[in-house]
Design a binder for this molecule. Structure first.
Ligand SMILES: [Zn+2]
Length: 296
């Protein structure tokens, strides 16, 4: 658990291609003071990484402000979340965050080399105080109050090669390496369809796992036997960070994707189902069940 707000020690530039756009993009990421949050900047327009600015969810999460759009922010958001980084400005030269290796690993490796700075100000957590449910056809996300964050993803696939379908991650007690290197993936049979939709133009075996029937086309194989479900969990935590604060609660996603993840964050805000708690009060808060259960 991180007790203080954090930022980077210095500026860093990251270049790479966008998974869907195929364009070469550079990110200039700058340290920012406490209580700034995560903010993107494109063509001098600021776009806070908050659910209010999340606009489209077609195979990735995009945010938009004043006509300026940034696509595929979720793996970078997950990297910032996993390192406890609360405050940075991300200037982007194009419309999509570079995909790098398809996971959060390379962002994390770069941030660790640059160094992460603890700010004097305390970190705040969004503690879930009542049950939250969102659904979309047979997919749903539900959350209940819990003393520590627990994120679970359950997938349903008809292919054997995918491995385990359910994965849980507890960020306070498990290393981020359980999810950060899990890469995005697709099925070989989908590639034509994605390209016809103008998506996956930058996709390759360098930045995605490709499954063809019961085979993995990547020569290096998988990083985890259940890499796909771990990647879905990485997407979930990246998208949940659009709340602006790390969530403390038991969140369970059944087949959820970017759209449902954002719907969950919106519901959390609309139904006022959480309380912001400074890190120093978190253990006391978590121990006191009376404060977890909201009185009607
Ligand atoms: Zn993803």
């Amino acid at each position: 658990m991180y007790t203080n707000q954090r930022t980077l020690k210095r500026k860093v530039e990251i270049k790479g291609i966008g998974l869907h756009s195929g364009e070469l993009v550079s990110l200039n990421i700058e340290p920012m003071p406490a209580n700034t949050g995560i903010i993107f900047e494109k063509n001098n327009v600021l776009i806070p990484a908050k659910v209010e600015f999340a606009k489209s969810f077609e195979f990735s999460t995009s945010i938009e402000n004043k006509g300026e759009k940034v696509q595929t922010i979720e793996h970078l958001m997950a990297a910032l979340y996993l390192l406890g980084i609360d405050n940075v400005k991300i200037k982007i030269s194009g419309s999509e965050v570079p995909i790098l290796d398809g996971s959060a690993k390379e962002f994390i490796d770069i941030f660790k080399i640059i160094g992460i700075k603890n700010l004097p100000e305390e970190k705040f957590y969004a503690v879930i105080t009542e049950d939250i449910n969102v659904k979309d056809k047979d997919k749903f996300i539900k959350a209940t109050p819990s003393n520590e964050p627990i994120f679970t993803y359950e997938a349903v696939y008809d292919k054997k090669v995918i491995g385990n379908r359910k994965f849980s991650f507890k960020p306070f007690s498990q290393t981020y390496q359980a999810v950060s290197p899990a890469r995005t993936y697709c099925f070989f049979e989908e590639i034509d369809f994605l390209k016809q939709m103008g998506l996956a133009k930058g996709g390759s075996l360098e930045n995605a796992v490709v499954f063809k029937e019961d085979e993995i086309l990547n020569p290096e194989g998988l990083r985890f036997e259940d890499e796909p479900v771990r990647h879905k969990l990485l997407d979930l935590i990246g998208d949940l960070y659009l709340l602006g604060y790390p969530i403390v609660g038991n969140v369970y996603s059944y087949k959820g994707g970017h759209f449902l993840n954002a719907a969950f964050v919106r519901k959390m805000i609309e139904s006022n189902a959480y309380t912001l708690i400074p890190a120093s009060e978190l253990p006391a808060f978590a121990r006191n069940d009376e404060r977890i259960v909201k009185v009607a």
